[in-house]
Write a protein that binds this ligand. Structure first.
Ligand code: TYD
Ligand code: MG
Length: 427
């Protein structure tokens, strides 16, 4: 069997392009194993029930004790839900979970660290050890049976990480696509059967190319991503999918000596220092859920020697940058075709709000024209294909916050009508 490492699409033949997600060279071969297929051959009867008579879903929340974590979960964990927490190694996933779950009796299954290591860390974090039961077992069938036989079921189960757990039903090595899919499927059944929330940790590499967590996204109830750069201490927790809550809210943390601490400062992502006279950066104001936040977008445009100039984008949508470059080329005659362009958001976070458009465009103009922008100016607003500037989501609230934080100027749809106008205002 061949499985697409991007979206999980299966095929009996190798395919160059995935028919489901359109990515190239993503099909990886998998041995599916004999036993696993046995299940599919058993016939089951067709069962129906009246929806009106169906059992009510228990959506009572179990708060984690970390408000930033709860905010992203939608108020806390829900019984029987499966949460996939993904992020690059070393970002702080295990730390977040240890800090977040100790209010409940927890079964902590770790194939990554020994009990002594986890204990050491838990003590450092000031976590209540009494509520945690630890297991190093990484064999799925044994975990499933073990939990079924437990007299006192835990309130929460943590599996750290899915890449270390293996099923006897699958022949390939732990961490392979076939393994993690099987493990995820069975853990999901386990969660539903015993009404216990299970949090599964999944590692992804920086460029997300390890075949893995992505293919599990449709199986689980919620997918949380933990992002940030290891060099900076800021971490953003985001819900990519959430059956029991919104996907708007983010949780912001700082990694300190004694673990993750909540960050409420909307200016946390803006560096304090740096030469104000350098061109190519702009402060953008956007809404993240109910809260306004400010980010620094940097752009660098340098003359290109390549036939097809380079575009390297991090932190904002790649296609968004292409679109803005095209709009600027068309409406203010900036010849970006001659430039390599790099765009980055400071702090290693993702800024996906369309209200960042105006700031990205400003940073691009600033770099190519070599006009430094004042740090006391905030940009917020969407840009359309005609070069028009549109009001961003809850612009009023951002403006209020910008005033409170003593930004001197705010450029938005209110005072900038188009990219042409933006260019004039920047010069
Ligand atoms: P960890 O939770 O082990 O990451 P993951 O599970 O995502 O791989 O966190 C790893 C990093 O966090 C490690 O480099 C040390 C740092 N850290 C702190 O700075 N302070 C702390 O209190 C803890 C527990 C870890
Ligand atoms: Mg870990």
């Amino acid at each position: 069997m061949y499985i697409c490492s991007e979206c999980g699409e299966g095929s009996t033949k190798w395919l160059g392009k995935c028919p489901s997600c359109g990515n190239w060279n993503t099909f990886v071969k998998h041995e599916m194993g004999g036993k696993g297929s046995k299940r599919k051959k058993t016939r089951v009867s067709f069962a129906t029930e009246r929806l009106s008579k169906a059992k009510e879903l228990d959506t009572m929340r179990m708060p984690t004790g970390m408000p930033e974590f709860d905010r992203v979960l939608g108020g806390g964990l829900v019984k029987g839900e499966v949460v996939l927490l993904s992020g690059p190694p070393g970002i702080g996933k295990s730390t977040l979970l240890l800090q977040g779950i100790h209010k409940h009796t927890t079964l902590y299954i770790s194939g990554e660290e020994s009990s002594a290591q986890v204990k050491h860390r838990a003590q450092r974090l000031g976590v209540d050890l009494a509520s945690i039961v630890f297991s190093e077992t990484t064999q799925l069938e044994s975990i499933v049976q073990g939990i079924a036989e437990l007299q006192n079921k835990p309130d929460v189960v943590v599996v750290d990480s899915i890449q270390t757990i293996y099923s006897l039903d699958v022949e390939s090595t732990p961490g392979s696509l076939a393994q993690i899919r099987e493990v995820c499927n069975q853990l999901t059944q386990l969660a539903k059967k015993h009404h216990i929330p299970i949090i599964i940790v999944g590692h992804v590499t920086k460029d997300g190319d390890v075949a893995g967590p992505k293919t599990l996204e449709h199986i689980v109830d919620a997918v949380l991503t933990f992002e940030g750069e290891r060099v900076s201490h800021l971490r953003v927790l985001r819900a990519k999918k959430n059956r029991f809550g919104s996907t708007d809210e983010i949780g912001v943390f700082e990694m300190k000596k004694d673990g993750l601490q909540p960050v409420a400062d909307p200016l946390a992502f803006i560096g304090e220092t740096g030469d104000i006279k350098t061109a190519g950066r702009a402060v953008v104001g956007i809404m993240e859920g109910q809260r306004p936040f400010f980010f620094e977008v940097q752009a660098l445009a340098v003359q290109s020697n390549l036939a097809v100039p380079r575009r390297v984008v991090k932190g904002v949508h790649y296609n968004k940058v292409l679109l803005l470059l095209a709009v600027l080329q068309k409406h203010v005659r900036l010849k970006f075709g001659m430039y390599d362009v790099y765009v980055n958001v400071v702090g290693g976070v993702d800024v996906k709000s369309p209200a960042a458009d105006l700031g990205i465009a400003a940073a691009l103009i600033s770099s190519v024209k070599d006009i430094p922008l004042a740090r006391s100016t905030v940009f917020t607003g969407e840009i359309g294909l005609l070069g028009e500037v549109r009001k961003g989501f809850r612009q009023g609230k951002i403006e209020q916050e910008a005033k409170r934080l003593k930004f001197k100027t705010m450029l938005s749809a209110q005072n900038v009508s188009s990219v042409k106008d933006l260019m004039k205002k920047l010069q």
